[in-house]
Design a protein around this ligand. Structure first.
Ligand code: DGY
Length: 328
């Protein structure tokens, strides 16, 4: 509903205070003060009552939600707080004639930093070392204590060389890793040369060759369970897998089995297949570092994501094409 002076905006979770304040100045905003994720009924109710819905990754904005919106005929923009949109049924959004936007770019560095932190943590056993000290079990330095594996000189295989994958590659180069990548489209030669990156058209061949695998692609029907039991079997026994993208890209059951069988050496996970549930088998495995989906969790990043949401809504209210269109 462009040119509406104060559109009704419903935000499903608490956002940074400054973002909420600015939204209240600009829009007729309804906040979820409890910060508890909406049920499907609450989401459908919100979709009936607003012009703009601001969901997050914890919402399942499914076909029923868009059907409710279409029936009421009010919702026109779904301005996601986050870059990944796999929790939004884009086909149903198109049918309901709802535009979808996201927040790309502003969380690239933070997420790449988190990937790098996991790349450093898993082979060097930071999780185990930290636990040892905290639990009072550290008996002091020893020549053979807490040995891990050197990062320098290892081969990193990046799946998905978009914004975040490229930012990971640049960081990895500084740590002496060699960069390999699998992407549908090959990078321009000048960028490949800058990163000294090797492109693998064949994902299976890359997986068999690299020491550390970093998943940085979006979750789509094509990438669902991209890493499954067959692909774990291709990896080296000394390989580590890092996932700060989406849990559903990895078959978590196959991952647990691969770790338990020693098919791979370890995993660094910031995301899980059934968040916030974590497969209990992962909790007891030593070569695993687990984080609670915090790749973009910086004050600066979340503020910038909120500003992007606001910018997308404002441009749309003014009757123009929002800058971060996913679907229109
Ligand atoms: C993102 O932006 O996709 C983060 O994972 C949070 O949703």
């Amino acid at each position: 509903m462009p040119n509406t002076p104060r559109p009704k905006v419903i935000v499903t979770r608490r956002l940074p205070q400054a973002v909420e304040t600015r939204m209240a100045e600009l829009f007729d905003v309804e906040l979820n003060l409890t910060d508890t994720p909406f049920s499907q009924e609450q989401l459908a109710d919100a979709a009936r009552r607003c012009d703009v819905l601001v969901p997050t990754v914890t919402d399942h904005v499914d076909a029923a939600v868009f059907a409710a919106a279409a029936e009421a005929g009010r919702l026109k923009l779904c301005a996601n707080f986050g870059v990944g949109v796999d929790h939004i049924d884009l086909h149903a959004a198109r049918v309901a004639k709802v535009t979808v936007t996201n927040t790309p770019g502003v969380l690239t560095d933070d997420t790449a930093d988190m990937v790098m932190a996991l790349i450093l943590s898993v082979p060097r056993r930071l999780g185990e070392g930290e636990k040892l000290v905290r639990q009072g079990n550290w008996a002091g330095w020893s020549p053979t204590g807490m040995l891990g594996h050197r990062i320098t000189g290892k081969r990193l295989g990046i799946i998905g060389m978009g914004r975040i994958g490229s930012a990971v590659a640049r960081r990895a180069r500084a740590f002496g890793l060699t960069v390999h990548y699998h992407n549908r489209t090959r990078l321009p030669p000048s960028i490949e040369a800058e990163m000294e990156a090797t492109w693998w058209a064949d994902l299976d061949a890359m997986l068999a060759r690299v020491d550390i695998i970093s998943i940085n692609c979006p979750h789509t029907p094509d990438t669902h369970h991209l890493i499954d039991a067959r692909r774990f079997a291709l990896m080296q026994k000394s390989a580590y897998i890092i996932n700060a993208a989406r849990g559903e890209i990895v078959d978590e059951n196959a991952l647990c089995e691969a770790l338990a069988k020693g098919q791979i050496a370890g995993a660094g996970l910031d995301v899980f297949e059934h968040e916030p549930a974590v497969d209990p088998r992962l909790l007891d495995l030593p070569g695993v570092v687990l984080l609670p989906h915090m790749g973009s969790a910086t004050f600066e990043g979340r503020q910038a994501m909120g500003e992007k949401v606001i910018a997308n809504i404002r441009v749309w209210v003014d009757g123009h094409r929002p800058p971060d269109i996913v679907l229109e």
